[in-house]
Design a protein around this ligand. Structure first.
Ligand code: HEM
Ligand code: HEM
Length: 182
């Protein structure tokens, strides 16, 4: 979809190129994590992390790095506020805040679970991340279950967020969706 002409009355200054790139990279990596997380084999004591499980850990390591970059960029580069009503502004702030929270908590719980299984999470298969939980830890094990449950919560938040974006585009017909498009 084309950006609006900057002279159009519906034009709203949006996110910078880096913020857009990081937003859509996170969308891509999360989509991959859901597909891999739901199709990889069940994990038991002694499971070797190869095949799809290795992919889930590898894509997860990249996601953690991109989320950190995204948060650092967001804190240092504030976007112009969207010109929406106070009600929509409050709803979007709450949803975005919860999305950021889930973007941190869900991956960290998966990482802690990997650590408790004695698996090292590595960026691009080379740069090892520190262990977040001791090997064999029952807390780390429980974090795996919570990881799976909170992934559903994240999915619901994404659903609300996408519904909001489409509501802006199709019902309010304002320029909010364009703010995050190339
Ligand atoms: C937002 C990103 C992520 C999503 C959406 C996601 C999604 C999932 C899903 C759907 C499952 C299967 C849960 C089940 O069937 O019970 C799963 C399991 C798992 N994920 Fe993730 N994941 C994410 C990030 C990560 C990261 C960053 C890591 C580690 C670096 C990780 C490690 C694991 C592990 C170890 C399991 C197995 C847990 C168990 O069975 O005890 N995940 N993930
Ligand atoms: C994995 C899925 C997604 C996640 C985790 C996510 C997360 C976020 C977050 C945290 C923000 C707030 C940005 C900030 O102000 O710092 C945001 C903004 C935005 N997202 Fe997403 N998003 C996802 C998918 C989508 C999709 C599929 C669309 C389009 C249909 C979309 C459209 C937008 C738009 C238009 C904004 C800017 C809203 C505004 O200007 O206030 N997002 N997204």
């Amino acid at each position: 979809m084309q950006s609006l002409d900057t002279n159009s009355p519906r034009y709203v200054p949006g996110y910078d190129g880096v913020a857009k790139l990081l937003h859509w990279l996170v969308v891509l990596l999360i989509a991959a994590q859901f597909v891999i997380g739901w199709t990889m084999p069940d994990i038991h004591k002694g499971t070797v992390p190869d095949g799809l499980i290795a992919w889930h850990l590898g894509v997860g390591a990249a996601l953690v790095a991109v989320v950190v970059l995204r948060i650092v960029w967001r804190v240092t580069h504030r976007p112009a506020p969207a010109p929406v009503s106070p009600f929509f502004s409050a709803v979007s702030h709450i949803t975005h805040g919860l999305l950021y929270l889930a973007l941190v908590i869900v991956p960290v719980l998966g990482w802690a679970n990997a650590s408790s299984r004695g698996w090292t999470v590595k960026l691009f298969g080379v740069l090892p991340y520190p262990a977040l939980s001791p090997v064999g830890s029952s807390v780390g094990h429980a974090m795996g279950d919570i990881h799976g449950i909170l992934a559903w919560v994240l999915l619901v938040l994404i659903g609300l967020h996408v519904a909001g974006a489409l509501f802006h585009r199709l019902v309010l017909k304002d320029g909010v969706l364009q703010r995050m498009l190339p």
